[in-house]
Design a protein around this ligand. Structure first.
Ligand SMILES: NC(=O)c1ccc[n+]([C@@H]2O[C@H](COP(=O)([O-])OP(=O)(O)OC[C@H]3O[C@@H](n4cnc5c(N)ncnc54)[C@H](O)[C@@H]3O)[C@@H](O)[C@H]2O)c1
Length: 250
């Protein structure tokens, strides 16, 4: 593999959990990383850890990814700071766990704004540069719940993650001729704060359902991202990669 050394990436929701794991995984391979999250203190801590451990260039900004202007300003700043963005990882997501009776119209809109619309804002902002340079990797973190509706997943969450798959398959067709690939990753249950909000009994069910008899780790998703971000993955696009220990076999 030629490697990722010297590339520049944006990773959303990178203060903790999967986003932090993905940022670390890319940085360990020499990728300069622009991190954003709402959790400013945790984000700075993550940024410092990555800088100390890997020595890559790290940019940290507090950004609400559901706000187009904030996204545009962040992308502009990252492009100025790094010279270009090669890799975009749309990772941030929210999952308010509740039944349909308790979901308001406002909360539905918020879940779609954070989980889907932000992918559109970020893609729109990075694409002009990627098209000009004839290279780009856009990776969106969906979920197993976007395919099968989930086990305990909330309705707006599952619907938003399904929408991400349509987003990826459509966008891939619009940008492929410019050397840009667009793929999704559908994680199974991964050990983060989000899965920690689910009861241990529900998480146990996932372990039992899996072939590996385990939950996943953020690093498992990071390895998949590193492959999809590589030059060698140029013929893989509009794909949804399952990283789930074999829980969903479709
Ligand atoms: N953990 C799992 O089992 C699992 C499974 C399938 C898919 N996913 C998906 O993986 C992604 C990462 O999840 P995680 O488990 O690391 O969750 P997490 O809750 O630990 O991390 C999500 C991060 O996104 C940030 N975020 C939320 N709203 C934001 C906003 N408006 N602007 C900027 N940042 C915002 C949060 O502050 C947080 O740091 C999500 O898209 C999630 O839906 C997770």
């Amino acid at each position: 593999m030629e490697g990722l050394n010297g590339m520049c990436a944006i990773i959303t929701g990178s203060a903790q959990g999967m986003g932090k794991g993905i940022a670390l995984g890319l940085a360990r391979r020499g990728v300069n990383v622009a991190l954003c999250d709402l959790k400013w203190a945790e984000l700075q801590e993550t940024g410092d850890q990555i800088k100390t451990e890997t020595g890559v260039h790290v940019l940290c900004r507090k950004v609400d990814i559901s706000k187009q202007e904030e996204v545009e300003n962040f992308v502009k700043e990252a492009e100025t700071e790094f010279g270009r963005i090669d890799i975009l990882v749309n990772n941030a997501g929210i999952h308010p766990l509740k039944p349909i009776e308790q979901i308001s119209s406002e909360e539905w809109d918020l879940v779609f704004a954070v989980n889907v619309k932000s992918d559109f804002f970020f893609a729109k902002a990075v694409l002009p540069g990627m098209r000009k340079r004839k290279f780009g990797r856009i990776i969106c973190i969906s979920s197993e719940a976007g395919k099968n509706g989930g086990t305990v997943a909330a309705l707006h969450y599952a619907a938003s993650k399904g929408a991400v798959l349509g987003f990826v398959r459509n966008l891939a067709q619009q940008v492929g001729a410019d050397g840009i690939t667009v793929n999704a990753i559908a994680p199974g249950r991964i050990m983060t704060a989000m899965s920690g909000a689910v009861s241990p009994k529900e998480n146990r069910k996932f372990i039992d359902m899996s072939i590996t008899k385990s939950l996943g780790k953020p690093e498992d998703i990071a390895y998949a991202v590193c492959y999809l971000a590589s030059r060698e993955a140029s013929f893989v696009t509009a794909e949804t990669m399952a990283v789930n220990g074999g829980t969903l076999r479709d």
